[in-house]
Ligand binder design. Structure first.
Ligand code: MG
Length: 159
């Protein structure tokens, strides 16, 4: 078994859609970034690449590369799944925390889990997503940004 950790932050700005776990969450602000800025999926990808010893998403999907501009992060996650398979790994489980003061994310968690588990080809119960506020403290508390943490485990495929 191999373990990885991922962490990401994106700034909340006006004029962008808020995409979390591949779900378009209704809100007056969205996350800024080169791709769709899906901070949850970014943290998950870094966790998976970390567990596999394959670096990070900046190495695989540089934000200077025009082909990734505005891309759905679920597409990138699909690419990570292929990389894992090529390196003889399968995803065991993923646990995550989204840190956001607003909006309330509980109604969207199930759809996020479905999206991510489908892309990774694993049962929904193996993708856990939690959301928390920071009681108004720090950059997430003031609503300047949203952060996400992911811990991942991989099993080695029998070859
Ligand atoms: Mg990111």
């Amino acid at each position: 078994m191999r373990f990885g950790i991922g962490y990401d932050v994106h700034r909340l700005v006006s004029g962008r859609a808020l995409i979390l776990g591949g779900v378009k969450v209704p809100f007056d602000l969205g996350l800024d970034g080169h791709s769709d800025a899906d901070v949850l999926v970014h943290a998950i990808m870094d966790g998976l690449l970390g567990a596999a010893g394959l670096g990070d998403i900046g190495k695989h999907f540089p934000d200077t590369d025009q082909q990734y501009k505005g891309i759905s992060s679920l597409k990138l996650l699909e690419h990570v799944r292929v990389l894992l398979k090529q390196n003889n790994f399968k995803v065991n489980n993923i646990d995550t925390v989204i840190v956001a003061q607003r909006p309330k994310l509980a109604p969207f968690i199930k759809e996020m889990r479905d999206n991510i588990s489908k892309i990774l080809n694993i049962p929904c119960e193996r993708v856990n997503i939690k959301a928390t506020t920071t009681e108004g403290l720090g950059f997430t508390g003031t609503g300047d940004g949203i952060a996400a943490y992911a811990v991942t485990s991989l099993a080695e495929l029998d070859s």
